[in-house]
Write a protein that binds this ligand. Structure first.
Ligand code: C2E
Ligand code: MG
Ligand code: MG
Ligand code: MG
Length: 276
């Protein structure tokens, strides 16, 4: 009967939900262990000057090398880390690891590389966030002027709170960039009201160039705004030489993407930068 079918359906759903929440719970517990047992890794993706192809910095991107499941991408565990609060210790770990790796590499290169680190809304709005960042810089000796924190537009939704936190970060000498720019809602007012150093143009405006030039008008508009507000630009997700050429012609000074390099482990980054 329909009633029985309905009951079965209900049972089916609740079983599915229970499985999903079990999976989340075990992911959450696994993540806490991952930090202690050093299963997390920081990969680095080069940031390149589009004028001459020179690597001037890197973005740190976390990976989880799970003992049974293998390498898990951040889209699968960052949301769980954010909801459960594990992101606080994860974020601190990534920042410290990346500062140490990139300072060491910069010293052996004789040239200080820039370092960009992603920060979640939850970390950013924690009362001790600024102190944590300042302590990590002091402990590692990483120069504040070479650190950039990547924040999304939605993180900056509460403007008064953001003004205060960003002011404190700027006072330390750190730069701020807006990640995935153009995909949020408050883009323009955020730029007007907050001390932003750099805009990261989202990959979605680039990925169909040059065949579908829809993204060009948006890139042009973002470049115009950034120029008039004295902000720098970096473009995400450049995969092909034609894309780099178009973006450079449109006034974008810097880029990241598989064309230049995928995110790579520390050892591979060292190799890439020392072998030229
Ligand atoms: P995101 O910060 O916007 O990072 C860019 C993502 O695009 C990275 O994915 C990168 O591997 C990928 N990517 C770079 N170049 C290309 C390209 O040419 N083509 C394509 N298709 N993709 C490209 P990934 O490493 O999987 O990271 C995904 C997201 O996870 C990041 O997006 C960021 O929001 C978050 N994330 C990663 N590491 C951390 C972290 O340490 N802390 C926090 N809070 N979030 C992180
Ligand atoms: Mg990013
Ligand atoms: Mg991004
Ligand atoms: Mg993106």
């Amino acid at each position: 009967s329909a009633k029985a079918a309905g009951r079965n359906r209900y049972q089916f759903y609740s079983q599915g939900m229970a499985e999903r929440s079990n999976e989340r719970l075990s992911m959450e517990q696994g993540l806490r262990r991952a930090i202690e047992e050093e299963q997390l890794l920081v990969y680095y993706q080069p940031q390149v000057d589009l004028a001459d192809g020179r690597i001037f910095g890197v973005e740190a991107l976390v990976r989880w090398n799970h003992p049974e499941l293998g390498m898990i991408p951040p889209v699968r565990f960052i949301p769980i880390a954010e909801e459960s609060g594990v992101i606080d210790s994860l974020g601190r770990w990534v920042l410290e690891r990346a500062c140490r790796d990139i300072l060491g590499l910069s010293e052996s290169l004789g040239q200080q590389l820039g370092l960009a680190v992603n920060v979640s809304a939850r970390e950013f709005t924690r009362e001790d966030f600024v102190v944590t960042v300042r302590d990590t810089l002091a402990r590692t000796g990483f120069p504040p002027a070479c650190l950039e924190l990547e924040i999304t537009e939605s993180t900056l939704q509460v403007i008064e709170q953001s003004v205060e936190i960003l002011g404190a970060l700027k006072a330390i000498g750190i730069s701020i960039s807006i990640d995935d720019f153009g995909t949020g809602y408050s883009s323009l007012s955020v730029l007007r009201d907050l001390p932003i150093d750099r805009i990261k143009i989202d990959r979605s405006f680039v990925q169909y160039l040059p065949e579908k030039p829809d993204g060009i008008a948006i890139v042009e508009a973002i470049v115009a705004i950034a120029t008039s507000m004295h902000m720098e630009i970096i473009v995400e997700g450049i995969e092909r030489p034609e894309q780099a050429a178009i973006l450079f012609r449109l006034g974008c000074g810097a880029g990241q993407g598989y064309l230049f390099s995928r995110p790579v482990p520390h050892a591979a980054l060292v190799h890439l930068l020392t072998q030229g």
